[in-house]
Design a protein around this ligand. Structure first.
Ligand code: HEC
Ligand code: HEC
Ligand code: HEC
Length: 106
């Protein structure tokens, strides 16, 4: 009986531990202050691509929403922020892909 409970407990622990790790990554961050159209960053999609938190935090992005001020120079492939990965090698390139990030509002 005891060992059965231990197995169940271990299962629940592992299950919920995985879920709690995934939840912050499930966050959606919207960048809305630019004329090109809002950009939606999906933590879930990035996590599903196998990226751990430390792929972005704290070296590329701080843990506080609204800290990154992303300008057009940053968009140069391999330069800063999103474009360290969105460089045509690790992830889709900037060129010809504006609309994969910038979603026109209505
Ligand atoms: C592919 C990059 C990337 C990965 C991987 C990533 N994040 Fe983030 N995270 C971001 C970006 C972008 C922001 C917004 C930063 C900004 O606005 O300056 C952010 C913001 C956050 C914030 C602040 C949210 C707020 O409302 O202030 C937290 C907390 C966070 N991430 C936790 C995590 C955790 C935990 C993981 C791993 C499960 C993770 N992130 C993985 C890119 C990433
Ligand atoms: C640590 C690397 C990394 C960083 C930083 C990063 N991404 Fe990504 N992103 C990826 C990978 C890998 C994919 C999946 C491969 C692909 O679609 O090219 C992806 C996919 C995407 C997608 C496609 C989602 C879909 O619907 O399939 C969007 C949109 C996106 N990223 C936006 C962003 C934005 C906006 C930022 C910055 C706020 C960002 N990414 C930062 C690695 C990164
Ligand atoms: C990987 C995702 C991604 C791609 C691809 C992308 N952008 Fe962006 N872009 C962003 C993010 C994130 C911001 C910051 C938005 C904000 O703060 O509202 C931004 C901001 C901008 C801004 C405002 C800059 C400023 O100084 O305020 C312009 C203009 C812009 N992008 C144009 C483009 C053009 C043109 C393309 C295609 C050649 C492009 N973007 C492709 C993610 C992307």
């Amino acid at each position: 009986m005891k060992s059965k409970n231990a197995v169940i407990f271990a299962f629940i622990f592992v299950f919920f531990h995985a879920v709690t790790l995934a939840v912050p990554a499930g966050k959606i961050i919207e960048f809305t202050k630019n004329p090109m159209g809002i950009v939606i960053f999906s933590g879930k999609i990035h996590a599903e691509k196998g990226l751990k938190c430390n792929a972005c935090h704290p070296s590329i992005f701080s843990l506080k929403k609204g800290t990154a001020e992303i300008n057009l120079v940053d968009h140069k492939e391999g330069n800063k922020y999103c474009f360290l990965c969105h460089n045509g090698t690790k992830a889709f390139a900037v060129k010809d892909n504006c609309n994969r990030c910038h979603i026109k509002e209505k």
